[in-house]
Write a protein that binds this ligand. Structure first.
Ligand SMILES: Nc1ncnc2c1ncn2[C@@H]1O[C@H](COP(=O)(O)OP(=O)(O)OP(=O)(O)O)[C@@H](O)[C@H]1O
Ligand SMILES: [Mg+2]
Length: 276
């Protein structure tokens, strides 16, 4: 039997005297969530097990109301767990933290602050000892990446929905998280902006070597972005129903993926799951 011991650094594992670094970034173990309701407890998630590897891009699909946002908000530390555990690099999470950046469907910016000030809010908290100029440079870098270099000093209330969503993305990247959690971030955008922001997301994810977990309702988006697509069963007591590996090489182009034979197999697999 393999002898497994935990090193002082929890992401280092020693097995039979050989030391290696665990590749698991996120570990959801027998996760459970119960919401109290006037008609009694409602078990949204139960026995949900999922491991997500370092630098992996995972997309999550499942029917509306199955518990995707509930799961993501628990990983973010914004929603208490009813049972089981969630660990980041083997450390059980105790609440929100700068190791996890979150991008919601609507970015909820401070409307009276400028684009730059909105991104600075988080950066100031995470890098309190950096000089103001250094912090500003980080914010400006990510704002430029999402195509907002001409809008640093515009008030958030003056931005279009697509521009606000870009600020939300820049804000999450600027705190340099290990894990990026995205809840239908492009759901409300037109298809052109959506494609553009998917490309920005993949570029920064690839460059910063972060781990991404993204909920989407769009099967094509799920395939285009992911290393693995995770399918959740319908609630109550939702869990992981199936996982599909997407073996397309990176960098990917939409055209080459659509022309690939496997694309239709993947698509069929996901649609069959959703229709049953
Ligand atoms: N605070 C809450 N109190 C009680 N029930 C809740 C609460 N939040 C969510 N729910 C219920 O839990 C279930 C899962 O909700 P959740 O928002 O996680 O689903 P979802 O998969 O993200 O759905 P969608 O795809 O529509 O965004 C739903 O039945 C919802 O009504
Ligand atoms: Mg949701």
């Amino acid at each position: 039997m393999a002898l497994k011991t935990q090193h002082k650094r929890p992401d280092i594992i020693i097995e039979n005297g050989i030391q290696y670094t665990s590749k698991v970034m996120l570990d959801l173990n027998d996760l459970k969530k119960v919401y109290p309701t006037p008609n009694g407890d409602y078990v949204v998630l139960e026995n949900l097990n999922l491991q997500i590897m370092k630098e992996e891009f995972v997309t999550i699909i499942g029917h509306s109301g199955c518990g995707k946002t509930t799961m993501l908000s628990m990983i973010a530390g914004l929603n208490p767990i009813s049972g089981g555990s969630i660990s980041v690099l083997s450390n059980p999470i105790k609440g929100p933290g700068p190791d996890r950046g979150v991008i919601f469907q609507s970015p909820s910016l401070m409307p009276w602050l400028t684009t730059l000030e909105n991104v600075m809010l988080g950066v100031r908290q995470v890098f309190p000892h950096a000089k103001k100029k250094e912090r500003e440079d980080i914010c400006k870098y990510y704002l430029s990446k999402v195509g907002l270099d001409g809008s640093f000093h515009k008030k958030a209330s003056e931005l279009s929905q697509g521009m606000q969503q870009r600020v939300g993305i820049a804000r999450a990247f600027a705190i340099k998280p290990k894990v990026l959690l995205l809840d239908e971030p492009f759901g409300m955008l037109d298809s052109l902006t959506r494609g553009e922001l998917q490309d920005v997301l993949i570029e920064i994810w690839n460059k910063e070597k972060i781990t991404a977990v993204m909920i989407t309702h769009d099967v094509d988006e799920a395939i285009f972005l992911a290393d693995r697509v995770v399918m959740m069963t319908s609630g109550p007591s939702a869990k992981i129903g199936d996982i599909l590996d997407i073996d397309f090489q990176r960098p990917r182009s939409r055209k080459s993926i659509i022309e690939h034979d496997d694309y239709y197999k993947y698509r069929k697999h996901l649609i069959d799951f959703l229709e049953h």
